[in-house]
Write a protein that binds this ligand. Sequence first.
Ligand code: UGA
Length: 426
Amino acid sequence: MKICVIGTGYVGLTTGTVLADLGHEVYCVDKDKLKIETLARGEVPIYEPGLSELIVRNKDRELLHFTTDIRRAIQKCPVIFITVGTPANEDGSQDLTAINEVIKTLAEEITSHKTIITKSTVLPGTNEKIIETLIDKGIDSSMFDLISNPEFLREGNAVYDMFHPDRIVVGVKRKESMKIVEELYEKLDAPYIITSLTGAEMIKYASNAFLATKISFINELSRICDAYNVEITDIANALGQDKRIAPYFLQAGLGFGGSCFPKDVRALEYAAKQKNIVPEILTAVQHVNDTQVDVYIEKLMTHFTKLEGKKITVWGLAFKPETDDTRESRALVLIKKLLVKGAHIQAYDPIVQLPQKSITVHHDIYESIRGADVLIIATEWNQFKTVDWKKVKDLMKGDILVDGRNIIDPKRIESYQFQYIGVARQ
Ligand code: UGA
């Protein structure tokens, strides 16, 4: 099948590349000329494990093409994926500039039947509006099918997730348009959840909001456990073994970040308010997340009268391991708050090398720790689990280790004479 994928962010790029690997002929489109040139050379502008090899392989098989010529790609392909960004406005509403631009171009270029598939995360009701817009622009409804097919790709695991979905969610207007979807994903082994356009949009928000709720729940619980000297990992383990709860997304820590959870919880809250519904849980989920970093700053304050002038090393800047993405990263939120308190920040991340005026980012993990009063692990990169703790301790001036992701065994670390602060670890 000839497929055009509009937008080459991590969703578009992964979707397009995997579809090519499944045997389709894919044209990935972006208006960023530099990005397209880079991709056409087989270089990948984002860090996503496994993606680069797959791009090169399918480029060589001539199944994967990169172009800035959106009009030609639309004309060539009967199937169009929309995977452009939908950034959030302050109030949780969405900036649909990129989607609207694509729809405008589509309306100008539709001369044969197109199956248009929205993968971008959009607020409930958006796909119905897209249909109205296309019809308003003079496109006969028989000339296109619009499908909502939200993505559930985790950054850092996007390729795996695309090949092994738990389910494929498809919102359709007409049941017959499922034929194309079944052909597209023929080689994937996953059940279909077929619903309305708005139902599919809602499933996407519900999934992310529920996962975020699990995280804020375990983080709130960690505060209570701490007060009762209870080990949070025991609680999470026990909860997770109840099949009704499941063990995932119960890792207590500094909170959730990234380009999806914070934005999507805010968006669902906004959607509820638009219909005069007071979304109490969604608001609380965000509040716990926003204050989780403060809990650990307060813990630090019990060791020092003030943080002014203290040298604090932060390990991990990405919002989670295996990505170079720092959007809404808790590490950056934490750093910002520590800077306000007058601390000097030095940082290290295996991938992220942020050019920053206010902090020093080191290329060497051990250099980053030299002379530090405090070490904070903000992101659970594997590398941090296997460092030479004796060397770390010797390089530090102080002895406080804040394990913001509970990746260190507190018993083991104490033999190196650290004062260990974990997330409800006993
Ligand atoms: C998330 C969803 O997991 C994907 O299914 C979805 O497709 C994607 O959003 C999206 O909407 O595009 P992602 O943002 O890549 O994926 O990251 P996650 O692995 O879900 O982690 C999100 C945040 O939660 C991270 O900051 C992570 O550190 C935190 N987290 C996760 C915890 O604090 N505790 C946990 O137990 C799990």
